[in-house]
Design a protein around this ligand. Structure first.
Ligand SMILES: [Fe+2]
Ligand SMILES: [Fe+2]
Length: 412
């Protein structure tokens, strides 16, 4: 039920949680006037109350005609054709994505129909390999790292950074400081009292955590002028944001510390594609055309058209900026986590990326998804049903995060 429609006396049928799954209000709580105004002040859009059935992404297909559901199932199977459909996580994701695709069809939104015969994937570099390091220098605004980014990177990676130092860095960019305050005052963090200063925000969120969020926002700002005609940039950032939410939720479900670093790793994992678009627009256009027309994987099409893929480009960019190694490695290995020295961190971003792409929460331009590395996923030891739990958390957070993070990024 929408929070604006709540009245005192209604009882929560599901708990209200913050970004890390911390309980804000428990299931069974009877709402008072005060509790309703607290929910409003946090910016919570809707809650589940007893006596009312809450729709969710997972069951959005209940009222969808059989014929539409069958088409959605067919399309979902096509999108996951390179995956092991016997794997429990892949099966869960398949089950969750069918109703979403059905809903997209019902709303008349585009869902690509792919050929039945997919091309065999071979990293055929028909072109001389692209010099990824030189690529990073192609754009002056990207080549030189802004000072605030360097300082945030050090703050994120150095446990010895004081709250006063981190606050001073963030305050050098007033727009960034304002957006961070909006974020920490949202329901996602659920603080009972308003946080009015960055110094206070750093104290309550944590130096490394807030620096990580600030770093993610600052990198996004550097790409605010990416051409829109090659890729739907807003959908690209929606995908990145969904991956960020899912990575944080999965890391939290696995009991990992400092989950904000997973959020930022998810936010920046595909950033190499934007670098390609800025520096090699014609060749990226060709790669994306191949992805859409024959169902080639994005990485294979990029290697063919550019001689390098967005994983390499993203890693080169982030390491050129001397961002923390965890972010560089997540970008480099997000499609092949077992290549990463820290496989666990990379596998979390990899699984989150897979989930976000399969559920069509935004798009990074892929048509047929790259396969989930099931061995790396299994080594995470995730509990059964984790896909449903992660998706629920993404659903809870996505709309609010979109309003805060995507303002000014893409137009559609
Ligand atoms: Fe990717
Ligand atoms: Fe991605």
């Amino acid at each position: 039920m929408r929070v604006s429609d709540l009245r005192p006396g209604l009882v929560l049928s599901q708990p209200v949680r913050d970004v890390n799954g911390r309980l804000l209000m428990g299931s069974g709580m009877r709402l008072s006037d005060r509790a309703i105004s607290v929910l409003k002040s946090w910016g919570v859009a809707a809650v589940a109350v007893q006596g009312e059935r809450q729709p969710s992404l997972a069951d959005a297909g209940d009222n969808i005609p059989e014929e539409l559901a069958a088409r959605a199932q067919d399309l979902a199977a096509g999108r996951l054709a390179r995956n092991d459909l016997t794997h429990p996580f892949v099966q869960d994701v398949f089950r969750l994505c069918v109703p979403r695709i059905a809903r997209m069809l019902e709303e008349g939104r585009e869902v690509l129909r792919l050929p039945d015969d997919l091309p065999a994937e071979r990293p055929g570099a028909d072109l001389p390999p692209l010099d990824v390091q030189a690529l990073v220098g192609c754009n002056r605004s990207l080549g030189a790292m802004p000072e605030v980014l360097a300082a945030l990177s050090r703050a994120m990676d150095d446990p010895g950074t004081s709250p006063a130092t981190a606050a001073a860095i963030i305050q050098t960019d007033p727009g960034l400081a304002a957006r961070l305050l909006k974020l920490v005052n949202s329901a996602l963090y659920g603080f009972p009292q308003r946080i009015d200063t960055i110094t206070r925000a750093v104290t309550v969120i944590g130096v490394q955590q807030l620096s990580a969020l600030a770093l993610g926002m600052s990198v996004m700002d550097l790409f605010s002028h990416v051409p829109q005609d090659i890729l739907d940039v807003r959908q690209f950032w929606r995908h990145s944001l969904a991956c960020a939410c899912a990575a944080r939720a999965l890391a939290s479900a696995l009991g990992m510390p400092n989950t904000e670093r997973f959020f930022v790793a998810g936010l920046l994992h595909d950033v190499g594609l934007l670098l390609f678009i800025q520096c090699e627009p014609d060749r990226v256009r060709r790669a994306l055309q191949e992805v859409r027309s024959v169902g080639a994987s994005l990485v294979a099409a990029e290697r063919k058209a550019l001689g390098a893929d967005h994983c390499q480009a993203g890693a080169a960019l982030l390491s050129g900026w001397k961002l923390p190694p965890g972010l560089v490695e997540a970008a480099r290995c997000h499609h092949e986590p077992s290549l990463c020295a820290d496989e666990r961190d990379a596998a979390i971003v990899h699984a989150a990326d897979f989930l976000a792409e399969a559920l069509a929460l935004g798009s990074s331009g892929q048509s047929v998804l790259m396969p989930l590395d099931t061995a790396a996923f299994d080594r995470l030891g995730a509990p059964p049903g984790v896909a449903d739990a992660v998706l629920t958390r993404v659903e809870d957070q996505f709309v609010q995060l979109e309003a805060i993070f995507l303002n000014g990024h893409g137009t559609s």
